[in-house]
Design a protein around this ligand. Structure first.
Ligand code: JD8
Length: 382
């Protein structure tokens, strides 16, 4: 792979000489060339910027130096990456895509940005990508070009000693990293988790996945289940501050269950706020919020090999839009590897609930108490 970087601060790319890219260059896997854009500015001061048409603060990068640079580098057949805060978010998937290219030309802007005609003209003769490193403002595109280069180069076949290690990484399998440890086994009163010293590779793998799933759910629920049907609904782990609203929502949601199951004792309608606080502290609990309103929730906990799902609730006025199904899918995705079955119970008279669970793959397993039925689904793992 050949990488050209155009910038008015070539020294910013010096780190490419070091670290990963340095080794790749030695291996001849990549050819990185950094160019000072000013060599294509021919006036006495090698000017690359001018005032913005339409007025406004700051300066804009002139088109001519870029046009001449692209002419000399020959961008035909290359992928020209403009790093910009208004670009497509950079992700591991984008890195994998760019790693398939033979040639990448990074255009690193400064000032208020590059004259738009540079991008439009380049797009007439090369693939042009506008990519952002993240939702924060930097002073130029160099840092992004550095980060993207590192993320891409390490995916170039033959670069990473053992490609195997690439597979397990964050964002490769949609999960965050599990915690890692090395010697000594005890340090400042902190011990390495015993399972990692057990030599039981099955248990170690299960523990690591469990940790990765738990971390992902807590820190990046957006990675667990990217989209939900209801516009603007955010599903996230419960927080202590949700308790009051959850208590009210629960009471509201189980009124229908009481109607559908006369004479059946319904715990959700009898427990206190402290009872609720106890299980949101202990169990895995997700809540759904829309426009600041708590509109749904679900909980689960592990009982032997069964991921016991419960308290699946959707605000009655929002029923029938798939939020219940989305919450169920989200909590199922958090099942630890020890779990082999999803299980739940509902009212024998709750036909609507049973229909939804059956559509989700659950099967009736008979009454577990007067008027209460159990439904289960086997967990299929990849
Ligand atoms: C390129 C000029 C500065 C940006 C006025 C501050 C990427 N994730 C990212 N954040 N910022 C950039 C980025 C910033 C740049 C340039 C990339 C060229 N600036 C400008 C607009 C507001 N100044 C980036 N990738």
């Amino acid at each position: 792979m050949r990488i050209d970087v155009l910038t008015i601060f070539p020294e910013y790319l010096a780190p490419l000489e070091l670290s990963l890219a340095g080794k790749a260059r030695e291996k001849g896997l990549i050819d990185v060339r950094v160019h000072d854009l000013r060599q294509w500015a021919h006036d006495k001061h090698r000017t690359v910027d001018d005032t913005p048409y339409g007025g406004g603060a700051g300066m804009v990068m002139k088109p001519e130096p870029w046009g001449e640079a692209f002419d000399e580098l020959g961008i035909e057949g290359a992928t020209v990456v403009f790093t910009t805060p208004s670009g497509q978010p950079f992700t591991q998937a984008v890195a994998r895509d760019l790693a398939s290219r033979e040639r990448i030309v990074f255009a690193c802007g400064r000032y208020e940005g590059i004259d738009q005609r540079v991008l439009d003209e380049a797009a007439t003769r090369a693939e042009v990508r506008e990519i952002s490193l993240g939702d924060y403002v930097l002073n130029g595109g160099e840092v992004a070009a550095l980060a993207i280069t590192e993320a891409v180069v390490r995916l170039v076949p033959g670069f990473m000693g053992n490609a195997e290690s690439l597979v397990e990484e964050s964002h490769e399998d949609g999960l965050l990293e599990y915690p890692v440890y090395t010697k000594p086994a005890a340090w400042r009163g902190h011990d390495v988790p015993p399972v990692l010293l057990s030599g039981d590779h099955g248990a170690i793998a299960a523990w690591r996945r469990e940790q990765a799933v738990r971390r992902t759910a807590q820190r990046r629920p957006d990675l667990v289940h990217p989209s939900v049907p209801l516009e603007g609904v955010e599903i996230r782990p419960v927080q202590p501050g949700d308790a009051g609203e959850l208590f009210v929502l629960q009471r509201a949601c189980w009124v229908q269950e009481a109607h559908d199951n006369p004479g059946v004792r319904i715990p959700a309608l009898h427990e206190t706020l402290d009872d609720l606080r106890a299980w949101i502290a202990h169990d895995t609990v997700l809540v759904a919020r829309s426009a600041g309103r708590l509109v749904g929730a679900v909980r689960a906990s592990l009982d032997a090999e069964s991921w016991e799902v419960g308290r699946l609730m959707v605000a009655p006025d929002l029923a029938g839009r798939g939020l219940g199904r989305a919450l169920l899918e989200r909590i199922e995705a958090l099942a630890p590897t020890e779990a082999s079955t999803y299980a739940l119970f509902t009212g024998a008279g709750s036909a609507r609930n049973q229909r939804m669970y059956k559509k989700a793959g659950y099967r009736l397993r008979g009454e577990i108490a007067p008027g209460v039925v159990r439904m289960t689904k086997t967990i299929s793992r990849p």
